[in-house]
Design a protein around this ligand. Structure first.
Ligand code: C2E
Ligand code: CA
Ligand code: CA
Ligand code: CA
Length: 279
């Protein structure tokens, strides 16, 4: 195990071998968990700030470990990316999200927009388009309900290629959102060339929105630009009524966050949707 020190000199310590051993162990555990069907999707509602209606849900993966309980993605997504397992996990996620839209449809619920996170690595494999297309066909999901979230780092990797894959998927009726907007490096020019309809303002800007000298000017300019470009905006990490009021006042279209709801396991998300419908 080697790593670059502060001054760029390579060094090696026994501690790092322990870290590497743990990582390898994690990769093995993740693979087993995937084989054993131990991943679940939680669903977090997104609210239309103008009408208060449900705008959609975002699918967020959880690892349901018999000992550790629900493990959040912050503890395994990176390992899944590094080991290449993210391609299988990512496909499972899209498939499960599609199946969920079909289950909700069978319950007589109105079609709900379903956001799914994609990793950069999933764009690297040659098969993203064909895999997603066959998942949609096999599950019988309506691709127009799918909204795939990509981060700015994804879109920056190989721009023409990313755009080509996105356009292929768009041909199937699938839409795209830029996630964590404002935290990456992508220029406005790039944003203009990507076939996206939605932007998600990163939680850090929402957190800092009401502080004097905080992020309000940034949020304003994102909303202004999005308005001119015809993009829908979702603010993430909305935790207070004040943030919600401010965002509405600034003209933000949608909000997602603990103020409305935490991410919910399937049964609770279903109950939430049934209640909205008035069942
Ligand atoms: P993200 O896509 O930015 O998802 C939003 C995260 O913020 C979620 O964390 C959600 O639980 C959390 N969150 C939502 N509202 C609030 C709030 O009001 N306050 C605070 N403090 N947090 C809030 P989660 O579920 O732990 O997911 C973390 C990240 O893991 C996601 O960030 C996403 O990048 C990644 N992730 C989750 N599911 C998937 C997946 O299926 N595939 C891939 N590739 N990545 C995923
Ligand atoms: Ca997301
Ligand atoms: Ca996000
Ligand atoms: Ca994030």
């Amino acid at each position: 195990a080697k790593s670059k020190g502060k001054d760029g000199v390579e060094f090696h310590t026994p501690d790092m071998d322990i870290t590497v051993a743990r990582e390898v162990e994690l990769h093995v555990e993740l693979r087993k968990a995937l084989d054993a069907g131990r991943f679940e999707l939680f669903y977090q509602p997104q609210t239309d700030l103008r009408t208060g209606a449900l705008a959609g849900v975002e699918a967020l993966v959880r690892w349901n470990d018999p000992v550790k309980g629900y493990v959040p993605p912050s503890e395994f997504i990176r390992a899944a990316e590094e080991s290449g397992l993210i391609e299988r996990l990512g496909e499972w996620t899209i498939e499960e999200a599609c199946r969920q839209t079909v289950r909700w449809k069978r319950l007589g619920l109105p079609p709900v927009r379903m956001s799914v996170n994609l990793s950069a690595r999933q764009f690297r494999g040659e098969d993203l388009y064909r895999n997603v297309r066959s998942i949609v066909r096999e599950t019988g999901a309506d691709p127009r309900q799918l909204l795939l979230e990509i981060t700015e780092s994804v879109s920056m990797q190989d721009v023409p290629r990313t755009i080509r894959i996105m356009n292929e998927l768009r041909g199937e009726g699938i839409r795209f959102a830029i996630d964590d907007f404002g935290t990456g490096y992508s220029s406005l020019q790039y944003l203009r060339s990507f076939p996206v309809r939605h932007l998600k303002i990163d939680r850090s800007f929402v957190t800092d929105l009401l502080r004097a000298g905080g992020s309000e000017p940034i949020v304003k300019s994102i909303l202004d630009m999005a308005g001119h470009m015809g993009l829908d905006v979702v603010a993430e990490g909305v935790e207070t009524e004040e943030q919600c009021r401010k965002l509405r006042q600034l003209g933000c279209g949608e909000a997602q966050g603990f103020w409305y709801s935490r991410p919910l396991p399937e049964a609770e998300a279903t109950a939430f949707l049934c209640k909205l419908k008035g069942d």
